[in-house]
Design a protein around this ligand. Structure first.
Ligand SMILES: Nc1nc2c(c(=O)[nH]1)N[C@H]1C(S)=C(S)[C@@H](COP(=O)(O)O)O[C@H]1N2
Ligand SMILES: [Mo]
Length: 362
């Protein structure tokens, strides 16, 4: 994992969990593979392209077993530019409020790539998916990694509603940024569910099942749920958590970095904003803890529904200590909660509180 250790901050090496430093993350609209966060709950399988098969079954008229070549030849290759973000992105800030479980991600558990593969809708169509009652059905994904917890050994799994699975943007991806997937990112095949938390984009995909309930996998039923603030590891009622899908509106300052020292005068502030499948309408910066806000400019041609928005703002700062705050608004006029304390949950998910950096100018 030499590449990961050069470009990424490694939180844990087995399982491998790593994220890029924020200035490197913010350096390009499309995140290079070596700067793309890696989130794995178990082993990183080394699979053989020619041996790998995908099974499709459950509530379909025609169960399938497809080789990688069949998948590539039978279904048109589609590309989607999409940002993947872990539901645990920015967990470290929730952990400062009160301890939470899980990898203590900084705001780098996010990346934007161009994915290519077969549309899941095309594959489900070919399998003759049941269309009546589509609103009640789910599409479950199964992998082949080996995950160990105190009690069990199992593989990763997750599901999405069939209605989302039939949207053209959901891919069975075999390429990332015009190259075959790397082992860390799911070679030879993974799901990409634009607009949803990364946990639904199952890597090393081996099975797809259409069924009348969400996946029974641990990561669907217990993990990746938002629990009420009065619950913790000891008193948790697993049924009380809501299964997480859509990414909420969020914004992060990537530069200047926390704790740096800069010359006084014009300072460029840069960051990202994201709102799942909705677009970002406005990003604002405050130098006085939210009393006054200045609008940031969007840096990239937009109109890509599934990507982050990179923004930038120029502030004139006198010498001294500074605290900058960012918040974004999406097209549904939703904005972010002020304090991480108000959205604390024991698993540390979905932190979209106002993001702040502190630094000094001289
Ligand atoms: N098989 C499998 N798929 C998985 C995971 C995993 O541990 N095993 N992690 C999920 C989570 S929680 C996230 S955020 C994304 C991360 O994708 P990446 O490592 O390519 O960034 O993959 C998802 N798919
Ligand atoms: Mo994740």
């Amino acid at each position: 994992m030499s590449q990961a250790s050069q470009d990424l901050i490694v939180h844990q090496s087995a399982p491998l969990n790593a994220e890029p430093p924020l200035d490197r993350l913010r350096a390009s609209f499309v995140t290079p593979i070596e700067r793309f966060y890696i989130r794995s709950h178990g082993s990183i399988p080394r699979l053989d392209f020619d041996q790998h098969h995908l099974k499709v079954n459950g509530l379909v008229g025609r169960p399938l077993e497809l080789s990688m070549r069949e998948l590539q030849e039978r279904f048109p290759r589609k590309t989607v530019m999409a940002t993947l973000q872990c539901a645990g992105n920015r967990r470290s800030e929730l952990n400062e409020v009160r301890p939470v479980t899980g990898t203590k991600w900084e705001p780098g558990a996010i990346g934007n790539a161009e994915w290519a593969g077969a549309a899941l809708a095309d594959v489900l169509g070919y399998a003759g998916v049941q269309q009546a009652d589509a609103g009640k059905l789910h599409v479950a994904f199964d992998s082949v990694d080996e995950i160990e917890n105190e009690r069990d050994r199992f593989s990763y799994g997750a599901s999405i509603p069939l209605v989302k699975a039939l949207q053209g943007e959901v891919l069975l991806a075999y390429e990332m940024n015009a190259s075959p997937l790397t082992p860390e990112h799911g070679f030879p095949l993974r799901v990409i569910v634009p607009g949803y938390i990364g946990a639904r984009s199952v890597k090393w995909l081996a099975g797809i099942r259409v069924q009348d309930e969400p996946s029974s996998n641990y990561f669907q039923q217990k993990d990746y749920k938002l629990f009420p603030s009065d619950m913790n590891q000891e008193n948790v009622d697993w049924e009380a958590g809501m299964m997480l899908y859509d990414i909420p509106v969020n914004a992060v300052i990537c530069e200047p970095g926390e704790g740096v020292e800069l010359p006084a005068g014009p300072v460029i502030v840069r960051g990202y904003a994201i709102a799942g499948g909705r677009s970002i309408a406005r990003v604002e910066i405050s130098a006085d803890q939210g009393q006054n806000w200045a609008r940031a400019a969007f840096e990239h041609p937009r109109g890509e529904p599934w990507t982050w928005t990179l923004w930038e703002s120029r502030l004139d700062l006198p010498p001294g200590e500074h605290e900058l705050t960012v918040r974004a608004w999406d097209r549904a006029a939703q904005t972010q909660p002020e304090e991480a304390e108000h959205i604390w949950n024991f698993k540390g998910f979905m932190n979209n509180a106002w993001h702040q950096v502190h630094f000094r100018t001289r």
